[in-house]
Design a protein around this ligand. Structure first.
Ligand code: N01
Length: 481
């Protein structure tokens, strides 16, 4: 079967990557379905003021498409969006993308996936790659009275750029990576910025110097420098940070905690400092990196509100201490629903079982990539993989390599269907859950990493192990028909 047909769901970072890698492997019969009018995924949807990637830019880059033009060590969101558009253009990915077309249903029968889209189109494929991203369904808590608010209100991933901010009083609910970037950016732009904190967060200071024109010219002339930087950053991330988070008592974790405390000590007012001090360990929630958050929250126009939110009223937010915080704009930086993945698409396996059923009470997958009973369906950045302060690009590249080796068995005619066994998936999951108990993520905080049982839905092993697992599938873990 050499002319395998592929459907890729989503034209974000990993969907673009899938097309490039599939073509390199000789597969050309590919369609990408993208629900929006533009590619870019996260970077298309998140355009809030101050958005940047807190993974170093030269690491948050495809290994095969280094970018000498990154302006800063941590790239702003619009540059990242432009980078993905440029790579898609350069690799001629655009012609295979069907924009404004969401896949609503996938059903596996007669050795193929039968797909229905939001426009009513029917399509089929031997293989589906779900490149649907991790954090793309906003978590929008219902605050009583929010409908009555007279100002503008929106989720951080649905920023309304028509709303002016200069001279306005802006409220931001949340203290995650998103809220911190928004507050740091708006502290000098809005008339007032009010941060509503339910839980304080640890923040590590991360300077963000610009690359000079001379440095960028040098990167242009010597692309080998960029390859070296990419490899070096990847290595230090996996040997330092990723090893630290899986061993809560490691010396590196102690150093991270000390760095966060030192940063916090820069807050001059002892009352504010106390309010900003978490009562759980650094990196239990996803560690926040910021060059300037503490400076921003100490600006005269910035304030931190630590009383709980009682309700929203026409003119602002009323907190449980009875105080009304008058606002013109209210931003919900309240995060995402991290357990969705390919859903809400209806996915039906060969025996009529739905993915919704298989993933109740929670999603699982063999090595985060494939699901027992759902052959020829592979996920990039699927459940329980390495998330957090990693480059998800590197993760997706490793996963692509693995998926291509599975697909090669279908292409060569060895089999028509491939899916992991239930036994291998259960054994992996049991080992993963046991290892997760020793990670920093279970040391006593609420975070989006934790599933309904309080188990981190993440990769609790060394990143090196992920690299090793992805290098070559253990075919004994798969059923091939
Ligand atoms: O979301 P979050 P995020 N009432 O879930 C609060 C990535 N990212 O969008 O801590 C009041 O971290 C909630 O409070 P609490 C990154 O992986 C990357 O900021 O649960 N507050 C919390 O403060 C990141 O981890 C970059 O008590 C409520 C906040 O909302 C992930 O995206 C940049 C509430 C949600 O924080 C998500 O970050 C930005 C309620 N009812 C994001 N409900 C990079 O630079 C929720 N909250 C790569």
């Amino acid at each position: 079967m050499s002319n395998l047909r592929f459907i890729v769901i989503g034209a974000g970072m990993s969907g673009i990557l899938s097309v490039i890698r599939l073509r390199e492997a000789g597969y050309t019969n590919i369609t990408v379905y993208e629900k929006a009018e533009k590619l870019g995924g996260t970077w298309r949807e998140n355009t809030y003021p101050g958005i940047a990637c807190d993974v170093p830019a030269h690491l948050y880059t495809y290994s095969f498409a280094p970018n000498p033009d990154w302006s800063h060590r941590f790239a702003p969101g619009d540059e990242i969006q432009a980078y993905f558009e440029a790579v898609a253009q350069r690799y001629d990915v655009l012609p295979v993308i069907r924009f404004n077309e969401e896949i609503t249903r996938c059903e596996f029968r007669d050795h193929r996936w039968h797909v229905t889209t939001s426009t009513g189109r029917q399509d089929t494929a031997h293989v589906i790659i779900a490149a649907t991203g991790v954090l793309h369904h906003p978590n929008i808590p219902h605050f009583q009275g929010i409908e009555s608010f007279r100002g503008a209100s929106f989720h951080s991933a649905r920023w309304d750029h028509a709303v002016p901010l200069a001279g306005k009083r802006v409220g931001v609910i949340g203290t995650g990576s998103t809220a911190v970037q928004i507050v740091a950016d708006l502290a000098n732009k809005a008339e007032q910025i009010v941060m509503f904190q339910r839980t304080p967060q640890w923040v590590m200071k991360q300077d963000n110097p610009a690359y000079s024109a001379a440095e960028r010219a040098n990167f242009h002339d010597h692309p080998e420098i960029l390859r070296h930087m990419h490899a070096q950053m990847s290595e230090s991330f996996s040997s330092m940070f990723s090893s630290a988070v899986i061993d809560a008592d490691s010396p590196i974790m102690a150093a991270i905690e000390a760095a966060c405390r030192e940063n916090l000590a820069s807050v001059r007012d002892p009352v504010l400092r106390a309010q900003l001090t978490p009562d759980y360990r650094a990196a239990c929630k996803r560690l926040i990196m910021s060059p300037d958050f503490y400076d921003a929250i100490q600006q005269p126009g910035a304030s931190l509100v630590t009383s709980g939110i009682e309700r929203v009223e026409p003119s602002g937010v009323r907190t449980v201490d009875g105080k009304l915080h008058e606002l013109d704009v209210l931003v919900l930086a309240t995060g995402f629903r991290p357990d969705r993945f390919i859903r809400p698409t209806t996915v039906i396996g060969p025996h009529g079982r739905s993915l919704e059923d298989a993933w109740t009470p929670r999603p699982d997958a063999y090595l985060s990539i494939s699901i027992p009973g759902f052959p020829n369906l592979f996920m990039l950045n699927g459940p329980n993989g390495p998330v957090g302060n990693f480059s998800l690009i590197e993760v997706a590249e490793l996963q692509c390599n693995y998926i291509l080796q599975l697909v090669a068995h279908i292409a060569s005619g060895n089999c028509r269907e491939i899916a992991p066994t239930r036994e291998a998936t259960d054994a992996f999951e049991a080992e993963r859950v046991e290892a997760a108990r020793h990670t920093i993520w279970t040391t006593g905080c609420r975070s989006w990493y934790l599933d309904d049982r309080g188990v981190p839905a993440s990769w609790p092993f060394r990143f090196e192990r992920f690299r090793e697992e992805m290098a070559q599938p253990d075919f004994a873990a798969f059923e091939m028909r």
